[in-house]
Write a protein that binds this ligand. Structure first.
Ligand code: AMP
Ligand code: MG
Length: 495
């Protein structure tokens, strides 16, 4: 079946030093795992054609589709605080861009598509487990309403990849607003390539922040807008209990999407110090540290952009001062988004003195009592109607009295809300998901696929996660926290 992908490429029009042109590497025996039909439709691609043998050849990198201009992008990055001047797409190829039915331009990228000159001795491949993890978690994030890259398809390659043991190889087709990272700017800054930084900044404005073009100082407007989007993004992560795990500057999208799902995880029991990544020894990217790290990453972006930010100034000092103020704006922006979100999570649509403290007090008690993050807020939706529904929430606290004293204060506050308990419940159900991709379920789905070639649990989990705010029969198994023996304590990097 002929596969028509309506490519309209722009990044490949940038100068040759932004990327390396090369084709993905063919694989032995490609097989389809899944096509995301709804996303394909949105991108004006026929999902049945994608699922056909020709489509699977394309999705595995075995055949280059018409209109694609395959490139591996150049970028640098701070990895766990250490600067690496040349990272780049070591196992990914950008096929090109398409403009979706929503008018938004997106990249179509193959991840796990073979070695490139950026591979640095690694194999350029991805194992099936990490590919499915990214598929599940990125699609779950999209359904939760958090800006993210998406998964268009997953295929297996018919070739093993060698990690600690041989594993089935796979390729993920990733869709992103773009793949411009903080590290892309750093790559050119490290080489003193001022012209490339200007081109990239201007390209980013056109593609992601067109409103900045009309500002008095477009590059400053760009930086301020990136800071704002990043602050909003991290607030949304915290509000759903998400831990990215590898918030390196090369994994920070300038478009403000969540990108590069490696050892990421959602929290079960609330713990601000929670870390999952096996490689994050010092808790740099712990749940509660994510706002600080996002701001740190943005400081690296400011450094890379400094010559542009200082245009029109007499001295570098003036540019640095401007950049510091713009960076400082991260904090109020994050707090507004975080506190606003928390307010919705506890059913408040008006603002009163003491609300922030009320929310913070709940979080403190949840942490002290190892209460399940998702389930506490979801069960509070019912409890908003009255104390007769308290039992479900109380049961989540090691000391239920810690909930009772908080709930008394909360109920008094809810009385001041217009619309009464019914309205509060509705606000809360839209802010508190019933299901998130819990680690033990993700691990079980990956295990079944990798060890038994059973995609049933993967498909079932995806279906449940596609409507996370809905109450549905049969949800129980997906909504409840892991039993102690099911708990996953570490997630491993997707390499
Ligand atoms: P990540 O930690 O996945 O964000 O990757 C960091 C860098 O390592 C990027 O430049 C990747 O392209 C590269 N990389 C990760 N895994 C592989 C692999 N298996 N083969 C080649 N390059 C890789
Ligand atoms: Mg990365």
């Amino acid at each position: 079946m002929p596969v028509r992908i309506p490519f309209d490429n722009t990044y490949a029009r940038l100068p040759e030093r932004f990327y390396i042109r090369l084709d993905p590497k063919p694989v032995a025996a490609p097989r389809l795992v899944r096509v995301n039909a709804a996303l394909a439709e949105m991108l004006r691609i026929d999902p049945d054609a994608l699922a056909s043998p020709e489509g699977v050849a394309i999705l595995s990198g075995t055949r280059v589709p018409e209109g694609a201009e395959p490139i591996a992008l150049a970028y640098a990055g701070h990895q766990f605080g250490q600067f690496v001047p040349r990272l780049g797409d070591g196992r990914a190829i950008l096929l090109g861009e398409v403009v979706g039915r929503d008018g938004i331009r997106r990249d179509i990228q193959l991840k796990g598509s073979g070695r490139t000159p950026f591979s640095r001795g690694a194999d350029g491949r991805a194992a099936l487990g990490p590919v499915l993890r990214e598929y599940i978690v990125s699609e779950a994030m999209a359904a939760l309403g958090v800006p993210t890259t998406r998964a268009l398809a997953a295929v297996t390659t018919g070739e093993p990849v060698y990690r600690e043991t041989p594993l089935p190889g796979a390729v993920l087709t990733r869709v992103a607003a773009s793949h411009i990272r903080v590290g892309t700017f750093q790559y050119f800054a490290a080489r003193g390539d001022a012209e490339a930084i200007r081109l990239l900044a201007d390209y980013t404005i056109v593609r992601h922040y067109p409103e900045a073009a009309a500002a008095a100082h477009p590059h400053r407007a760009l930086f301020a807008a990136v800071v704002a989007r990043q602050a909003e993004l991290v607030a949304q992560w915290l509000l759903v209990g998400f831990i990215h795990g590898v918030m390196n500057t090369d994994n920070t999208s300038v478009a403000g999407e969540t990108i590069d799902y490696g050892p990421c995880a959602f929290m079960d029991a609330f713990d601000p110090a929670a870390v999952f990544s096996s490689i994050d020894t010092f808790g740099r990217y712990a749940y509660g540290n994510q706002p600080r790290i996002a701001q740190w990453n943005l400081a690296r972006l400011a450094e890379a952009l400094l010559s542009l930010l200082g245009e029109g100034e007499e001295s570098t000092a003036a540019a640095v001062e401007w950049a510091q103020d713009a960076l400082a704006a991260f904090v109020p922006r994050f707090e507004a988004a975080w506190l606003g979100g928390l307010r919705r999570k506890i059913g408040l649509s008006t603002v009163r003195e003491g609300d922030d403290e009320l929310a913070a007090d709940l979080l403190r008690r949840m942490a002290e009592n190892r209460a399940d993050f998702t389930l506490t807020f979801r069960r509070l939706c019912d409890a908003a109607a009255g104390p007769e529904s308290d039992a479900g929430v109380r049961a989540l606290f090691t000391d239920p009295a810690a909930y009772d004293t908080w709930a008394a204060r909360w109920r008094a506050r809810l009385l001041e809300e217009p619309g009464g308990p019914e309205a509060c419940c509705a606000v809360m159900r839209a802010a508190n998901p019933a299901v998130i991709p819990r680690n033990h379920l993700v691990e079980a789905a990956l295990g079944a696929a990798v060890e038994r070639e059973d995609l049933g649990p993967f498909e079932a989990l995806l279906e449940v996660l596609s409507r996370p705010y809905e109450e549905r029969p049969g949800l129980e198994r997906y909504a409840t926290p892991p039993r102690p023996e099911e708990r996953v304590l570490r997630t491993f990097c997707g390499t």
